[in-house]
Design a protein around this ligand. Structure first.
Ligand code: PBG
Ligand code: ZN
Length: 327
């Protein structure tokens, strides 16, 4: 029997293909991560992330203008402090790096949405995402004392001008704790983008170069999720929704497309996918060797996140993608 159905009919021309295209990537979907370091006129390329830089606040402002001019609606800020300590002072201090960068960016580019990453790992002497007693080498972060530090961090970031708070430490009760603290401080209109399903992933390797946030002992498996689990992701999502999250994130993205899809089905909140550092660096390494067509691989990957259900994509490719979308 000769085929009645010939799906190729709808692939006959570029215009036809355009008509039946189901998912579209736009610049509106993109969020660009930036790393703020102390100093002035500092732009230090991250060894494992070609094209990504640690930037002093003045350079962050230049970058923010460029990002805004490209039509990208938002940045997410990470901070690398001058000094680290057991209480993660640099995270919640009003003169912390995220705070300084947020204030400067909001003054220079008021319409650019500034998202503050809320965690302690860049600021603790041991590199874990929470509070540990002095001398504790187990890496088993103390949950509730950590929340107290994170509440101060979120409020101080909002005070500095951050438009969105993004809790990323995978502490239990994180969203509820900072929602309460923000409300109490008069920031009831500041939304929370929760890193709701964040896995203990090897794909974060290059980020830890960029953020200088590698744990000095142990690993993050007592707080980040086991990559083998997806039902547990829904449990995390349900909790964060109940605790008041406004948006949800899945991280990493590429190896977790099924999780993005399930989170999208399980909630009615906007879903963000974090196309993490290791995913970026693999593409960059292959592209620099001329092994792949960088532009096509990046656009295919970002479009696939949309297909999987992501509404927003945090990606180090954001500026390139925005340029390619214009062309
Ligand atoms: C930790 C944090 C991580 C990333 C952002 N915040 C991961 C980690 O070190 O455990 C990873 C981002 C990336 O890899 O691009 N709070
Ligand atoms: Zn952390």
């Amino acid at each position: 029997m000769f085929p009645i159905h010939r799906p190729r009919r709808l692939r006959n021309s570029a215009s036809l293909r355009r008509m039946v295209q189901e998912n579209v990537l736009t610049t509106n979907d993109l969020i660009y991560p930036l790393f703020a370091v102390p100093g002035e006129s500092v732009a230090k390329e991250v060894r494992s992330m070609p094209g990504v830089y640690q930037l002093s606040v003045d350079k962050i402002v230049d970058e923010a203008k460029e990002v805004y001019d490209l039509g990208i609606p938002a940045i997410i800020l990470f901070g690398i402090p001058e000094t680290k300590d057991i209480e993660a002072t640099g995270a919640w201090h009003d003169c912390g790096m995220i705070q300084k960068a947020a204030t400067a960016v909001k003054e220079a580019v008021p319409d650019l949405v500034v998202i503050a990453d809320t965690c302690l790992c860049e600021y603790t002497s041991h590199g874990h995402c929470g509070y540990l007693e002095v001398g504790d080498l187990t890496g088993r972060v103390l949950n509730d004392p950590t929340l107290e530090l994170l509440k101060k961090t979120a409020v101080s970031q909002a005070k500095a001008g951050a438009d969105i708070i993004a809790p990323s430490g995978m502490m239990d009760g994180f969203v509820q704790a900072i929602r309460g603290a923000l409300d109490e401080a008069g920031f009831e209109d500041i939304p929370i983008l929760s890193y709701a399903a964040k896995y203990a992933s090897a794909y974060y390797g290059p980020f830890r170069d960029a953020a200088e946030s590698s744990p000095q002992f142990g690993d993050r498996r007592t707080y980040q999720m086991d990559p083998a689990n997806s039902r547990e992701a829904i449990k995390e999502i349900d909790l964060d929704v109940a605790e008041g999250a406004d948006m949800l994130m899945v991280k990493p993205a590429l190896a977790y497309m099924d999780v993005i899809w399930q989170v999208k089905q399980a909630s009615n909140l906007p879903v963000a996918a974090y196309n993490v550092s290791g995913e970026y660096s693999m593409v960059k390494a292959a592209a620099l060797n001329d092994w792949i067509d960088e532009r096509r691989v990046v656009m295919e990957t970002l479009t696939s996140f949309k297909r999987a259900g992501a509404d927003l994509i945090l990606t180090y490719h954001a500026k390139d993608a925005a340029r390619w979308l214009q062309a």
